[in-house]
Design a protein around this ligand. Structure first.
Ligand code: ZN
Length: 500
């Protein structure tokens, strides 16, 4: 028991010693920390002091990294140098330059030296090109192309504000509906231009007629087609696809049309026509298809002072006649109007009725005809295609002015759609008939039942002999089974043989 207590006492004593020892040790440790801390603080204060008082400071105003566009001027944003509270900005040396005409990275160095201490700062200036190149297309920006064809590029150019001509850098990509032209300049600015491609056959085929567009054919002769070809811009030769519309009836004089038609695969239609003019050969007398028992009274060279009374008689007898008028005084226009209003045919004779003029040339004849045609149209409100040549188709007087002109004119008027009429009974009031009886007998003695009787008379100035015979001629005709009518486009053609 005693041993255990002793032992306990000993342990307690040992513990006390160790505690005291530890406390002492900790006290000196904390003291050391304080010393180190104080020293460090002093050093920091000293360093800061020295840094502030003796080391120069350089401060750049503005951004340290500046970006400007090509050609734009670089503006120095400024700088400030100090040491302590002293301004030493004037000691700053700036080195480096910016070439704003050249893309690149430029450095501006700012250097200040004080107390043998040098401070250097840098500003970076970037000169950039942000303008896209320009691509110009030669040819249209929208092209039409046959579905199967490839496009031969018409060319292009590319020009950049900085790199200059960069045509050789253009990349061309052809797609179904467009061609894309792309180019990038050395700064990576990209330009794109598109040429639109419309793949469609938009053009109609072309039909070419072999031989003349106007073919002259003698009446009764066979028509031989001179031929034709057809080509299409996309399809090529289409001659075999041409259809000919119409046919030629060479038994009928005048102009007839043949149409040639072809349609390409896209439905583009081409049509051309050929005029086939069926004519009478020179000197040919057409066989007349007679209308039996018909009398067509025709009055040339009016209107004049006898026209009103002629119209009165015709009205009274209820007979229709035909007036081949000339370019008389406009004071008499009302008579032309009256002729039309009273159911007669107003037909064309001549404006001047001067042989030396109308038969002096082809053009003069038609100028004269057009003039009377225009005048009549203005008065009666419609065009007429029924004509009579001054002197008739068989006249020889024209030979004095132009040889062969009647052969040309008689065919040409047909081609222009006119019907020309001569006569087969001449009352001769412009010739040897001296009085009313001469006129009367010249007509009635020559009437025939089995033909179409076309009677030449005149209503020129003071032609009283015809005026006086007219009533009796009509009475004779009616009493002998004839029918009077005005000429129209269906009247059988009574024509003379052409001698010039
Ligand atoms: Zn006449």
């Amino acid at each position: 028991m005693e041993d255990i207590n002793e032992e306990k006492t000993h342990i307690n004593k040992d513990n006390d010693d160790e505690l005291s020892h530890r406390k002492t040790k900790e006290k000196s440790k904390s003291k050391r920390k304080w010393v180190i801390f104080s020293i460090l603080l002093t050093v920091i204060v000293v360093v800061i002091g020295v840094w502030f008082l003796f080391i120069p400071h350089l401060h750049l105003l503005g951004n340290k990294k500046v970006t400007i566009r090509l050609g734009e001027k670089f503006e120095e944003a400024g700088y400030k140098a100090t040491v302590g509270v002293k301004n030493i900005t004037e000691k700053v040396v700036v080195q480096g330059q910016v070439n704003s005409q050249k893309v690149g990275k430029y450095f501006i160095n700012y250097k200040v030296k004080y107390h043998n201490i040098t401070i250097i700062k840098k500003r970076i200036v970037l000169v950039i090109d942000d303008i896209k190149p320009e691509i110009s297309l030669q040819g249209a920006s929208e092209i039409k192309l046959c579905p199967s064809k490839t496009y031969d590029d018409e060319g292009y150019t590319a020009f950049d504000n900085y790199d200059g001509d960069i045509t050789n850098k253009v990349k061309v990509v052809a797609q179904e509906d467009k061609i894309i032209y792309k180019v990038s300049d050395s700064s990576g600015n990209e330009a794109t231009v598109i040429r639109k491609v419309i793949r469609e056959d938009q053009e109609k085929p072309i039909i070419s007629l072999k031989g003349s567009k106007t073919v002259y054919l003698n009446i009764g002769a066979n028509y031989n087609e001179p031929g034709f070809t057809a080509t299409d811009n996309c399809v090529g030769d289409m001659t075999s696809k041409v259809t000919v519309i119409g046919s030629i009836d060479s038994s009928k004089s005048g102009n007839q049309e043949l149409s040639y038609k072809v349609v390409d695969e896209k439905g583009n239609e081409a049509i051309v026509t050929r005029n086939v003019f069926v004519k009478y050969p020179s000197g040919y007398v057409p066989p007349t298809v007679y209308k039996d028992n018909m009398i067509y009274l025709t009055f040339d060279d009016g209107p004049s002072n006898v026209t009103p009374q002629i119209l009165d008689i015709l009205k009274q007898k209820n007979v229709k006649a035909t007036f081949f008028v000339i370019g008389a005084s406009s004071d008499l226009d009302y008579l032309i109007k009256r002729e039309k209003e009273e159911g007669h045919t107003v037909a064309l004779h001549s404006y001047t009725h001067r042989y030396d003029l109308v038969y002096s040339s082809f053009d003069n004849y038609f100028d004269d005809l057009n003039k009377i045609s225009q005048k009549v149209a203005n008065i009666i409100g419609e065009e007429t295609k029924i004509i009579r040549f001054p002197g008739g188709g068989s006249n020889l007087v024209s030979k004095k002015y132009t040889l062969g002109i009647m052969s040309t004119l008689t065919n040409e008027v047909l081609m222009r759609g006119y019907h020309y009429f001569d006569w087969n009974i001449d009352c001769d009031d412009a010739g040897s008939a001296k009085n009313r009886d001469d006129v009367y007998y010249n007509v009635v003695n020559n009437l025939h039942h089995n033909q179409t009787n076309v009677v030449l008379m005149h209503d020129f100035q003071n032609n009283y002999k015809t005026l006086e015979a007219l009533s009796d001629i009509i009475d004779y005709g009616k009493a002998n089974g004839y029918t009077f009518a005005a000429i129209d486009m269906d009247t059988p053609l009574v024509r003379h043989r052409v001698f010039n």
